[in-house]
Structures are given as C-alpha cells and as structure tokens.
Design a binder for this molecule. Structure first.
Ligand SMILES: C[S@@+](CC[C@H](N)C(=O)[O-])C[C@H]1O[C@@H](n2cnc3c(N)ncnc32)[C@H](O)[C@@H]1O
Length: 231
C-alpha cells in the first residue's frame, strides 16, 4: 500500500468519525472486551502501552481510565489524526508521547512495552510486512506482555477481491448514516488499501515470531479482537 494513500483518506477524518460514532465497525463491543481483558490481565499493576495506527485515540482513551497506565505512546502516519489524539489523550494521568511515523519503523526502535495495541491499522500492511510486524512486536514486548490486535480479518478461503466485494456490499446496505459520496469514499479507500489476511495466516506469523495465542475474546463479522502473549 502506498502509505500516503492511507494517510490522505484518514486526513478526511469526519467520515471515519461518523463510522465510529455509529459503531459500524463494532468499536464499542470490541472496546468493552478489550477493557475487560486489560483489567483481568493487569488489575492494579502498572503497565505501558504502544498504540500503532492510533488515529485520534478517541475510542481507546476512555478504556484506559482507572487502569495503572505508566506510559502511552501513539504512532500514526496522519498529522490530522495526531492533532486530534493530543486533545483526546489529555485525560490520561500518565506521560503521553505522540509520533508521526510508520508502524514498522516504530517497532524497529529500541524500547519495550507491556502492551502493543493496534486497532484497524494492521490490514494496511501486505502479508510479508505483517510477518515483519509480528517479528518486531515480539522483540518490543516485555516478558508476559500482550499484543492486542483489533482488525478486519478475511474469512478462511475468501479471496481479497471477494472480501472487498462483500464488505462494500455490506456497508452500502448497512451504514445508513453515510451518504452515497461517503460510501463511495470508504469503498474506494477499502478496495485500494485494505489487505486483510485470514486468522490462520496471522496465527502462523505470530507463532513463528514466538507469540502464543492468549485468547479470542470478540468477533463481529470480519471485525476481530486478537490477543497474543509473549512467553
Ligand atoms: C481505521 S484508522 C484506526 C484509528 C484507530 N486506531 C481506531 O481504531 O479508531 C487507521 C489508522 O491507521 C493509520 N495508519 C495506516 N497505516 C499506517 C502505518 N503504516 N503506520 C502508521 N499508521 C498507519 C491511519 O493513518 C489511520 O489513522
């Protein structure tokens, strides 16, 4: 994917905000599962989090409330999103770092985190780069740390073309708060940039990187929460 193509779509942030507000991509349900998972895993223990493709951080910030967060680092290609994120993250009672950059470049930096989180961003990477993502993420996780992935995942045996076609058909009939121009914009972005892989591919890549599957706690159509753990 040309990185600029993704960045330019998300610079028109209004349409995506509408999608999130209407919960068309199940941010609310997946967020509740994520919150429960973080509470069960960390309880009152302090932890740090790296948020890759953080966008405006609007859905994650409230989920972190009441947890003993030590550090939040967010990374995104889009400057527009990062400006919004800086505002949304003001409520966090811990140091906040925001950086404009690529997911893989960030993971190549020498730092470790207790949680690496990425929501609806990994599907922008081609399959080979996803393998690199898992490999680098395993190196950046502290012992026992969690890799939490929220993303669209292709059905097993579903080709990319069929996935694009089905997803666009579904959104055109279900995302009623969007006008036809907005639906065209989303479908255009999706067909030209979205490269989701099936779960079997993600699991195999994670295992090859030394990450075990901790649990599958939420799935809504193509929208999943996947949790991997570093031993
Ligand atoms: C669908 S939005 C998701 C935003 C937020 N994480 C959420 O779940 O609402 C995808 C975000 O990933 C960012 N993104 C896509 N590819 C990226 C990459 N290679 N490196 C960093 N950010 C990327 C986009 O700029 C965009 O802000």
């Amino acid at each position: 994917m040309p990185a600029h193509a993704s960045a330019s779509f998300f610079d028109a942030w209004d349409t995506y905000q509408k999608v999130v507000t209407c919960d068309y991509m199940f941010h609310r349900e997946i967020g509740e599962a994520l919150n429960q998972l973080l509470r069960a895993h960390f309880g009152g223990r302090p932890f740090s989090i790296l948020d890759l493709g953080c966008g405006d951080a609007a859905t994650l910030t409230p989920l972190l409330e009441g947890l003993a967060l030590q550090l939040y680092k967010g990374v995104d290609l889009s400057e527009t999103a990062l400006v919004l994120a800086a505002e949304n993250l003001k409520t966090l009672p811990c140091p906040v770092q925001l950086t404009q950059g690529h997911i893989l470049a960030t993971l190549a930096e020498d730092a470790t985190y207790d949680v690496i989180y990425s929501s609806f961003a990994l599907h922008h990477l081609p399959t080979a780069q996803k393998a690199e993502f898992f490999h680098l993420a395993a190196q950046r996780l502290s012992k026992g740390g969690l890799l939490l992935l929220v993303d669209v995942v292709r059905e097993e045996g579903e080709t990319l073309e069929v996935y694009h076609q089905r997803y666009c058909e579904w959104l055109r009939s279900s995302w009623r708060a969007l006008n036809e121009d907005e639906k065209d914009l989303v479908c255009d972005h999706l067909v030209n940039n979205d490269l989701p892989d099936p779960c079997s591919v993600l699991d195999a890549q994670a295992q090859a990187a030394g990450l075990g599957v901790a649990l599958r706690s939420a799935r809504y159509g193509w929208h999943w929460l996947l949790c991997f753990r570093r031993a």
